[in-house]
Design a protein around this ligand. Structure first.
Ligand code: 4AD
Length: 435
């Protein structure tokens, strides 16, 4: 076998970098068709697909046999001269002088028109499809740009534990774990540990999986999702929201300018993301409820918004909107009360446009010990398990704030996907933990 460097990337060939030259490529068979003494093998690698024309009388007998025996998803390598050819997909064709089947394999089980469930059962193979390959790339670039944003702003990346005994977001969605005969949970959020790190490093972010035993089947809930959670010492709600909008603007601009092809292939017009610029509108929760009531929705002050309400608020918007200052009653125990608007907390949700809905939840945290202890008691939380968290308010506490962004929610919106399951390679939902 030749060394990696001896192989050209199909993407470079399609970009015209090797026209007229002899190259070697390797990858998987996307399509194959033979007609008389001519075989067309469309090859794919991570960077694109290329038509390879194999003429019976231009190659050895063994090579001709390989080129005519391979089928969808066989692996192969071939060499030949790159020619421009308007009729070929992508505008280029390889005139093959050598073809070697690496592994012919069995008939690929995925053909056209398969059911959603079948494609989820064969996810480990379906991830090779052009559509999911494109989404995997999009997801990678989006997370890269998020990291880039935080590194450019001097944040440190930290890693929280995944097994924990202190619930962050309430008991309803906890996955319980037998921890050597004791009870523990899978983390719902790294936030509480993020607060520890921020009292050490100032500005930090976490990118880790979070787990929610969500009993609902919706297009935006997963049981396991990737959670980006920045936490900043000495930050107010105002600074927190400004950071969120700057981050979203940055990642949208980067994707639109550097990877419009990925966006277009996924079904998102890059111009939609070019329009995403800070500042984003800020709507007080109370005002949002009034707007919804005026539109005829049955929601009262004090109720949490669901997908329908969020869709109504964002269906005609072009950029994300903040809804802030939610009633204390249904928000998490750690959120700080807004002393200027008693009964509400210094919280914000960020809702993505065109009905995609909530992608971020953030807040200023309670930083005084007695106030936090009162909330722990009010919500009947087991004090013992929160002792370490309360400790942060006993030694050198400072005002601080942070937020959590669901990576799959962001990917769903940015790539304009219908369902969150395509924003993650192996979706975990109420009825699926396979493959
Ligand atoms: O609003 P949530 O529950 O907030 C927290 O967990 C905070 N502790 C975050 C923080 O301040 N550090 O979740 C934050 C975000 C949501 O806005 C949503 O994007 C995503 O996490 N999320 C989910 N994504 C997919 N599936 C689920 N079941 C999700 N639950 C929340």
């Amino acid at each position: 076998m030749a060394k990696a460097g001896e192989y050209s990337k199909i993407g470079d060939i399609l970009a015209g970098k090797h026209t007229g030259k002899k190259v070697k490529i390797r990858g998987w068979v996307h399509r194959q068709r033979t007609s008389g003494g001519l075989a067309f093998v469309v090859m794919r690698d991570a960077t694109g697909v290329l038509q390879c024309a194999v003429k019976k009388d231009a190659v050895d007998e063994k090579d001709w046999k390989d080129a005519t025996n391979v089928f969808v998803e066989s692996s192969a390598e071939c060499e030949g001269i790159v020619k421009e050819d308007k009729r070929a997909p992508g505008g280029f064709e390889l005139g093959v002088s050598g073809f070697n089947a690496i592994f012919i394999g069995e008939a690929f089980p995925i053909a056209k028109d398969q059911s959603v469930e079948f494609l989820l059962d064969t996810r480990h193979l379906w991830l090779r499809s052009q559509r999911l390959t494109n989404i995997l790339k999009g997801r990678d670039y989006i997370t890269r740009y998020l990291r880039q944003f935080f590194f450019e702003h001097d944040f440190f990346e930290c890693t929280p534990p995944i097994i924990t005994r202190s619930a962050c977001e309430g008991g309803a969605t906890l996955f319980k774990l037998d921890y050597f005969g004791d009870m523990a949970y899978l983390s719902q959020s790294g936030q509480m540990y993020g607060e520890v790190f921020s009292f050490s490093l100032g500005n930090i972010f976490i990118l880790a999986p979070s787990f929610r035993a969500e009993p609902s089947r919706t297009i935006r809930h997963l049981a396991e999702y990737w959670h980006l959670e920045p936490e900043m010492a000495f930050y107010s709600q105002k600074m927190n929201m400004e950071l969120q909008e700057d981050m979203i603007e940055f990642v949208c601009q980067k994707m639109a300018k550097e990877h419009p092809d990925i966006l277009q292939a996924a079904g998102r017009d890059p111009n939609d993301l070019l329009m995403v610029k800070a500042p984003f509108p800020r709507i007080d929760y109370g005002k949002a409820i009034e707007m919804l009531q005026e539109k005829g929705l049955k929601i009262e002050y004090g109720q949490d918004m669901g997908a329908d309400e969020e869709a109504e608020l964002t269906k005609d918007t072009k950029i994300p909107i903040f809804v802030h200052n939610h009633p204390k009653a249904f928000k998490a125990f750690y959120m700080r009360e807004d002393k200027s608007k008693p009964g509400t907390v210094l919280s914000n949700d960020l809702l993505a446009p065109q009905g995609h809905g909530e992608i971020i939840g953030g807040s200023e945290r309670i930083w005084e010990h007695d106030e936090l202890m009162a909330r722990v008691k009010e919500q009947n939380l087991p004090e013992k398990e929160y002792q370490w968290y309360l400790d942060l308010r006993r030694y050198g506490s400072v005002p601080h704030a942070g937020f959590g962004l669901g990576i799959e929610r962001l990917v769903k919106w940015m790539l304009n996907l219908d369902h969150i399951r395509d924003a993650i390679p192996f979706p975990r939902t109420i009825n699926r933990a396979y493959p």
